[in-house]
Design a binder for this molecule. Structure first.
Ligand code: XMP
Length: 319
């Protein structure tokens, strides 16, 4: 792609000019954006970049392994893998407010980065895969008053006195352009084509208190949902699909017994940039099949619903 080849070359020069001989630390979230940013920056400045993958225990099933193998295996880019599940779970205990969750996770990420930066002898810059829609949505609601809808993990929640400057080479791009740039940089198609995943991870898909147990339940249900979507050949027709574990219990019957377990909501939307979205219309037998599999296979869930809300007035994520 000619345009992306040019963008790549221009950005590489810009990154070199901004960074000079400084050291950069880049947080990988497991998603496409931070991966593309990291590969681009690595191409620009090589060993001045250190990539840090913080495993907060809020990732989807198998995701950590994929990121580690992409960077260490495919690109041979050194990667610091930080196991921080306990740190995040302890801090999330008792937290139920969506913005409080986002702020805690954003703040803790930065603290972990700063600690890793100290370990490598200090970094002058923090690289992030912030996109254009992240910038806009964190500032104000389009066309409305200046109200923060959600503190986006990439943009909001940074400490006031952070001692690193930001490198954000994707700030002008929309998601489809980031994917093109990723292809240009040689990222595997399965990685480039991945659905977006929010920085705060599964924490914002578990309304109410986040616990390891609830994360494990959600991971299982989410994996079944996505496996069925891929098997049906629908993955690429959908912008984003995921499950939400609700803080609501309902009565059910299984075998000869009564159950009283959690309700799970499934969401799938079409969108071009995440700013507006419509509920995806699955073929008739798809959702009942997924609901049956989830209730049979995931202990702790006994009812499955589907979310038909558009954005606006809903948002894509529930928190
Ligand atoms: P909403 O829920 O605001 O989401 O309609 C729009 C898009 O942004 C993703 N999202 C995030 N991405 N950090 C991110 O990197 C975040 O904190 C965050 N919150 C929401 C969301 O998954 C959707 O694609």
């Amino acid at each position: 792609d000619w345009t992306m080849a040019e963008f790549r070359a221009t950005k590489i020069e810009e990154i070199r000019a901004q960074v000079g001989t400084g050291r950069v630390i880049c947080g990988l979230s497991g998603g496409v954006d931070s991966a593309v940013a990291a590969v681009l920056i690595h191409e620009a400045i090589g060993e001045q970049l250190t990539c840090v993958y913080v495993d907060h225990g809020l990732m989807r099933a198998g995701e950590s392994e994929q990121v580690v193998s992409l960077f260490r295996g495919h690109y041979n880019i050194p990667l610091v893998h930080v196991e921080a599940e306990t740190l995040f779970m302890n801090g999330l205990a008792g937290v139920t407010d969506p913005e409080a969750k986002r702020k805690f996770i954003g703040k803790t990420f930065i603290e972990v980065f700063e600690e890793e930066a100290r370990k490598i002898g200090g970094a002058d810059f923090l690289a992030q895969g912030t996109l254009y829609p992240d910038v806009i949505e964190s500032v104000s609601f389009t066309g409305g008053p200046s109200v923060t809808i959600k503190s986006h993990h990439n943009v909001g929640g940074l400490p006031e006195r952070m001692n690193m400057k930001l490198v954000e080479p994707l700030r002008e791009l929309f998601k489809d352009e980031v994917r093109d740039l990723g292809r240009e940089l040689g990222l595997p198609e399965v990685f480039v084509g991945r659905h977006p995943f929010p920085g705060p991870g599964l924490a914002i898909r578990i309304p109410g208190e986040v616990t390891k147990e609830r994360c494990d339940i959600l991971r299982k249900a989410d994996a079944i949902y996505l496996e069925e979507i891929r098997a049906a050949g629908l993955y690429d027709a959908i912008w984003q699909a995921f499950a939400v574990l609700l803080p609501v219990r309902s009565v059910g019957v299984m075998g000869d017994g009564r159950t009283y377990d959690s309700v799970l909501a499934l969401r799938a939307v079409t969108s071009t940039d995440g700013m507006t979205a419509q509920a995806f219309q699955f073929p008739g037998d798809f959702l009942p099949r997924v609901a049956t599999r989830i209730v049979n296979e995931v202990k702790g869930v006994n009812r499955v619903t589907y979310d038909y809300t558009s954005k606006p007035p809903g948002t894509i994520e529930w928190e």
